[in-house]
Design a protein around this ligand. Sequence first.
Ligand SMILES: NC(=O)c1ccc[n+]([C@@H]2O[C@H](COP(=O)([O-])OP(=O)(O)OC[C@H]3O[C@@H](n4cnc5c(N)ncnc54)[C@H](OP(=O)(O)O)[C@@H]3O)[C@@H](O)[C@H]2O)c1
Length: 338
Amino acid sequence: MTTHTPHVADEARYDQDIYRRCGRSGLKLPAISLGLWQNFGGSTSVESQRDIILAAFDLGITHYDLANNYGPPAGAAESNFGRIFSKKLKPYRDEIIVSTKAGYWMWPGPYGEWGSRKYLLSSLDQSLKRLGLDYVDIFYHHRPDPDTPLEESLSALDQAVRSGKALYVGISNYGPDATRDAARILKDLGTPLLIHQPRYSMFDRTPEQGLLDVIGEEGIGSIVFSPLAQGLLTDRYLKGIPKGSRATHSEFLTKDQITETYLKRAIALNEIAKGRGQSLAQLALQWVLRDERVTSALVGASSVKQLRTNVAALDFDPLTNDEIAAIEPYAVHGTERA
Ligand SMILES: NC(=O)c1ccc[n+]([C@@H]2O[C@H](COP(=O)([O-])OP(=O)(O)OC[C@H]3O[C@@H](n4cnc5c(N)ncnc54)[C@H](OP(=O)(O)O)[C@@H]3O)[C@@H](O)[C@H]2O)c1
């Protein structure tokens, strides 16, 4: 059970300057942010969720990333975060960046997913209710909609800002050309595109095929999701598939991804990490952050211990060019799966 006594945050939480400017905006984000896609739904204890959320804040992780559909069931992560936030973190609202998104299936009928103005603005209202917040800091369109004009989806984001329900807007899973178009349309509307949220890790380098260039040229920030490839770029699966790990219960990471080829790559990368005196997770995080166009690495965690290990990646010296070159043979190019 969580009590209503507000959390007393660690006074040392800002001692280390771990904040990076989000593109050419005025907003800084922590180099590592916490995502609530998994481990914050109905099947995880409230205590575990609370401990991870509070530990993050104490470590200077000021950014929590959500979406309408995170759970399970869909909506549960926002409700759980909202309850914990209101009991424990409310006094710190102005120190915290909360994001949410709409794009994936949320409710039945023609208005419950994709990118219509009807869906996006209704979904944001629902999210704010579940979160118990007056506004989110960043509202994203979660995925491109091939059947709705970009202008319609983006003018809904613009309206979210104008109505005070969001401070900034972002897009996720958009390709390079659509991202450039989105930046132009939003600029014309007067609400700059703050941030893009693509998947990026040593095992998925798709953003290197044009997206990061657009992000750099347009002055957009980026927060990269699944930088640990859902746990594959950690020591989690080096000695088998542990009970309770994501590969045992998620449709998004399946046991058949733990192949011989994967293990060879992960073991080689783990040796490089050991040579730096760090864990594979820490190496993987420093690898995505080697590119200054990446504002933040958006991690998930099923324990406070994992989160602490991940944030401690920021204590190490940046990777050298020789180390980056040594990683190269094991970091998969393009969309090829590990
Ligand atoms: N925009 C989008 O379409 C989209 C899509 C996916 C995700 N996201 C965002 O990105 C966030 C992160 O995604 P993700 O959870 O896939 O990220 P991730 O950081 O690549 O994977 C997190 C998982 O890796 C394992 N892990 C983390 N730290 C570890 C450590 N130090 N040692 C060993 N294992 C460790 C844990 O697995 P176990 O659970 O097995 O312990 C954890 O649940 C999401 O929460 C969400 O906010 C966005």
